[in-house]
Write a new protein. Structure first.
Length: 292
């Protein structure tokens, strides 16, 4: 398995950066959801961003989700991560087939469309923190950069990429999040801007054989960086269970459960994140109703 997230800080504390290789987990997401290439790219970029943002969180139980609610043919997109960068995601319509854009690239922008981008942080408090901005690009990375600038006032540069083969297989997937800390000077920001402007795409660098460490050092060229010893290993992992699905059924109430029992005599629920199916027969539904 090659997937990993590297984290580094500059010695003077003015820069922090995360660089990720998420090829395996995005391939797994593609297999679970049977995504067409443009959707694989959109979902893969979002999962990569969520994985990096996940390991920024401090609390062990903290969760973060990125939600794109656009009017494009893909519908809604959601990517969720815990603080260990265990991610999962779903899309409304995985079977979107679009012609390439004018740069002959997958037209993620058109698949997403216009709408609203939400970042939801569940820190175990009564209510989660919800930040929202308009979808300004639909290309995912630019929307996340805009979110950080407007909602968190943190100068941030985000690069995300998924390279998909003609048969739909994920060749490589990765990304970076670079942030300037309060100690950063204008000079620091200018030098980093020049570095980023000269960069090939993240997938080009990965295809050329650059490792996550190579990419990290390329982005931060000219700065002394301290790379964290142990990388984070991101995984596509769903925490659904029959118990959770039972709780969801109970939450709809006795009246709805009785209606379900009378009309269908059984219930089949499918987890939107991992496609796991849970069957509740007549006896199961009767037991749930009795428990209420």
């Amino acid at each position: 398995m090659s997937d990993k997230i590297l984290r580094a800080n500059s010695f003077d504390g003015s820069i922090r950066i995360f660089v990720a290789d998420t090829t395996d987990l995005v391939q797994k997401a593609h297999e679970i959801h049977d995504t067409y290439p443009v959707v694989t790219a959109a979902l893969g970029r979002s999962l990569t961003a969520a994985a990096m943002m996940g390991c920024m969180q401090k609390g062990q139980e903290d969760m973060i989700s990125l939600q794109f609610k656009g009017d494009g043919p893909m519908g809604s997109l959601c990517a969720v991560s815990d603080s260990s960068s265990h991610v999962k995601g779903y899309i409304t319509n995985p079977h979107v087939n679009l012609a390439p854009n004018n740069k002959n690239k997958l037209d993620v922008k058109r698949a997403v469309g216009e709408g609203t981008f939400f970042v939801v942080r569940d820190l175990g408090l009564k209510e989660p923190y919800v930040g929202q901005v308009p979808i300004i690009s639909g290309e995912i990375a630019e929307d996340l950069t805009y979110y950080y600038a407007t909602s968190e006032q943190t100068p941030t540069s985000v690069g995300l990429g998924v390279l998909v083969d003609t048969d739909g297989h994920v060749i490589c997937s990765g990304g970076f999040i670079l942030q300037l800390m309060p100690e950063a000077t204008e000079e620091t920001g200018s030098l980093l801007e020049k570095n980023i402007a000269a960069l090939p795409s993240i997938t080009q660098m990965m295809s050329d054989g650059l490792s996550t460490e190579d990419i990290l050092l390329k982005i931060t060229d000219g700065f002394s960086m301290l790379i964290q010893n142990e990388p984070t290993i991101p995984l596509y992992a769903c925490n659904c269970s029959r118990e959770r699905v039972e709780a969801a059924l109970i939450s709809i109430g006795k009246k709805e459960l009785k209606s379900l029992l009378d009309e269908d005599g059984r219930a089949e629920l499918t987890c939107p994140y991992c496609d796991q199916k849970y069957m509740f027969e007549k006896e199961d539904l009767e037991a749930l109703i009795a428990s209420l």
